[in-house]
Design a protein around this ligand. Structure first.
Ligand code: CO8
Length: 372
């Protein structure tokens, strides 16, 4: 048995930013347009008028101030409100592979490794640009990695579930070095025309390089323990599956995009996640007061404050539970990895922390790490 360790991380951040102000201005113009176009149906009570969004609501409800996106103009056009992405030649890298290569390159550089030394690539994300061939196999080819590659999807928990899969394979010896990469082009499946959720997501890609601890060339975080859990819920859902064209009523697009009952998610996921982390710590024989850092899923600041308080038994200092959601918004599976990548360099040997993600499924994944 080998000890798996994280030896490198990388974050690709898109060049375009949408501030809350820009987002709300575009949404409100869209709502006015919609209400004018549907004035008769609204007056007859057949459809509901769209209310305006507000920057105050967004910040107070979520803590989000801006988000990065792969393409901005299409999202902000009031009569469109989704990205405009040109089709690509079959031989050109997919968008997910393109941004994955950037993040993987950074993770490899941090670990002092070449792509040819990698023998597993997991593309762990909440949507995949095509069902097959796997995006992970495409990334493997463009990187020049060996071994094998596969895609997996557990929505917001994809990265931590991917880390568990890679850690188990490294531990058993079937794999020596793995990249767990999470290209999240959330702008493609967010309903930007729905004020209840239009502010929630942003685009990004993260990569985590994992190898045998004994192979590490520099600083490393040993993966001491991983734990994944799922519990079925319909409260976060996207119906855009491959049987979609076999159904009637294709004109209704709403259920092809991200949908959620945010209030229920908020209430139900909080106790689930807090109990999950506390149970994992207890079974590993770790004391919460011994934790130096919590790198939580980045969906909502109030949620993270609550989980931090429950786990630590007190209000955590801001550097103990860093948030990045004010800048990146919710980037689905990548959020806790961005927090880890940007806020772990100062930890000293012996310092311990927990990476934890949670979301649709419901799903929760936690990774106990120790800086060596
Ligand atoms: N501006 C102004 N008013 C608004 C707006 C807005 N933008 N949005 C809603 N309102 C109104 C509502 O209509 C409502 O009005 P009323 O009381 O008259 O009905 C009122 O404000 C309150 O609305 P909510 O109850 O919805 O507000 P909340 O306080 O609950 O906040 C949140 C909404 C922020 C969404 C909150 O519920 C939350 O964060 N919930 C948890 C969400 C979460 O963590 N979800 C995880 C999803 S991520 C995941 O699993 C990955 C999925 C795959 C990725 C998909 C990528 C696209």
């Amino acid at each position: 048995m080998f000890t798996p360790a994280i030896t490198g991380t990388g974050v690709f951040t898109p060049e375009h930013v949408i501030t809350n102000e820009e987002l709300v201005e575009a949404f409100n113009a869209h709502a006015d347009l919609f209400n004018a176009e549907n004035a008769e149906a609204i007056a007859a009570g057949e459809i509901e008028a769209k209310g305006h969004s507000s920057t105050e609501f967004i910040f107070n409800a979520s803590g989000i101030e801006q988000r990065y996106v792969y393409e901005k103009d299409g999202i902000l056009e009031p009569d469109r409100m989704y990205p405009r992405l040109a089709p690509r030649d079959a031989e050109a890298p997919s968008i997910m592979a393109e941004i994955a290569l950037d993040a993987c390159g950074k993770a490899l550089a941090q670990a002092g490794r070449e792509a040819s030394e990698v023998d597993l690539v997991i593309c762990a994300a909440s949507n995949h640009e095509r069902p097959y061939p796997a995006i992970a196999v495409e990334i493997q080819r463009h990187l020049g990695a060996g071994g094998f590659a596969f895609d997996m999807n557990v929505a917001c928990s994809s990265a931590t579930f991917g880390i568990q899969a890679a850690a188990d394979m490294i531990r058993s010896g079937s794999v020596r070095r793995a990249l767990v990469v999470s290209p999240e082009v959330t702008s493609g499946h967010l309903e930007w025309r729905d004020r209840d959720c239009h502010f929630i997501f942003g685009d990004v890609c993260t990569a985590v390089l994992m190898e045998r601890a004994e192979d590490a060339k520099g600083a490393r975080f040993d993966v001491v323990s991983t734990r994944c859990a799922t519990e079925y819920s319909n409260n976060i859902r996207n119906e855009n599956g491959f049987l979609r064209r076999t159904r009637d009523a294709m004109e209704d697009r709403r259920d092809m995009q991200f949908m959620q009952n945010g209030r229920k998610v908020f209430k139900e996921v909080l106790p689930l996640v807090s109990a999950h982390i506390l149970g994992h710590l207890e079974d590993a024989g770790w004391e919460a007061e011994g934790l130096k850092r919590l790198w939580l899923h980045q969906a909502n600041k109030t949620m993270n404050d609550f989980i931090g308080r429950k786990v630590m038994g007190r209000v955590p200092e801001s550097d103990e539970q860093p948030n990045i959601l004010q800048d990146y918004a919710n980037t689905s599976s990548a959020g806790s990895i961005i927090a880890f990548s940007k806020h772990s360099g100062d930890l000293e040997p012996g310092d311990r922390g927990v990476i934890c993600s949670f979301g649709a499924g419901y799903s929760v994944g936690s990774v106990l790490v120790e800086r060596v």
